[in-house]
Write a protein that binds this ligand. Structure first.
Ligand code: ZN
Length: 297
């Protein structure tokens, strides 16, 4: 066999077996549906992660849109109004964060001044247009979902068709949904981490069936990936059952998440590549884009 031909034959066999045995990574656009640009990432002056740094990280990872929510909201205003963001090809979907500082994490659900702050931010809007959602907020004790401000904000979200980004357990999903006029049938609740405490897949399935607009965001979700960063079988099945209901996010809640932003996005691309191409594109981009009426990048 001529030497050149032999080499081509070997390469063809390798390519064939690779396609058969290992799915290629997903290469399309990403929508980072859980992004914070907090004050410790950028103090409004220099760093350690000024705007050009975080935008470069998004750009080189093919992140074409983000749900921005920041403590305080200044970080989101900075991202929304900067010409650099537009130049990087990143669309900002701004959410009102409920926190001015860390103390607000454990008190927002009963603090009237937070309700007033949300109203003021909604009235103000951003350089990328009106706020489209509220959150992320946390409930470390699900009973606090019944706090007076939590109740009012869920009603406001449904009335104004704002999405909410909620870091809560499965019990609190039911409690929050119950506050709205539709009892959760019309509230677009994005469940941060789809239950960071690891609610069983059967329970996630039950909530997805119960609330037609519930969306699961998958950062930090326990049990999602198995060997070689691929989806665990029961999660693969759930994503295939609800191909329109899951999204991905970075959750840059501490600066370390910015440092590893490349690895986080590469990790998503690995398991997305394991799904049928149309489902991968929905989870990576289309589901979040559809929620906010974004066109294809
Ligand atoms: Zn977060």
């Amino acid at each position: 066999m001529p030497r050149l031909f032999a080499r081509a034959a070997v390469m063809a066999v390798m390519a064939g077996s690779a396609a058969f045995a290992v799915a290629a990574d997903y290469t399309g656009p990403l929508f980072d549906a859980h992004l914070h640009y907090n004050e410790e990432a950028w103090d409004g002056k220099q760093g350690p992660h000024p705007l050009d740094d975080v935008l470069a990280r998004m750009k080189r990872n093919g992140v074409r849109a983000i749900i921005a929510n920041s403590r305080p909201n200044d970080g989101t205003h900075a991202l929304s109004s900067s010409a650099q963001t537009r130049a990087a090809g990143v669309t900002v979907v701004p959410f009102v964060r409920l926190y001015r500082n860390r103390a607000d994490y454990s008190n927002w659900f009963r603090d009237e001044s937070i309700h007033a702050m949300v109203q003021a931010e909604l009235a103000r809007g951003t350089g990328s247009g009106p706020f489209r959602g509220i959150g992320e907020f946390h409930l470390y004790d699900s009973a606090n979902a019944d706090g007076p401000v939590a109740r009012k904000l869920m009603q406001l979200a449904e009335e104004k068709q704002l999405a909410v980004l909620a870091h809560v357990d499965d019990k609190a999903v039911d409690l929050l949904m119950a506050h709205t006029a539709s009892r959760g049938q019309r509230l677009r609740l994005i469940w941060a981490h789809t239950g960071i405490g690891g609610a069983p897949v059967a329970r996630v399935d039950q909530l997805m069936a119960k609330y037609p607009l519930l969306v699961g965001e998958l950062s930090y979700r326990p049990g999602l990936t198995c060997e070689a960063g691929k989806l665990c079988p029961e999660w693969r099945q759930l994503l295939l059952k609800y191909p329109d209901r899951f999204v991905i996010g970075s959750d840059t809640w501490v600066n370390q998440r910015w440092l590893y932003y490349d690895e986080l996005m590469a990790g998503y691309r690995t398991w997305l590549g394991d799904l049928p191409a149309d489902v991968a594109r929905k989870v990576a981009w289309g589901n979040a884009a559809g929620l906010f009426g974004l066109s294809q990048p």
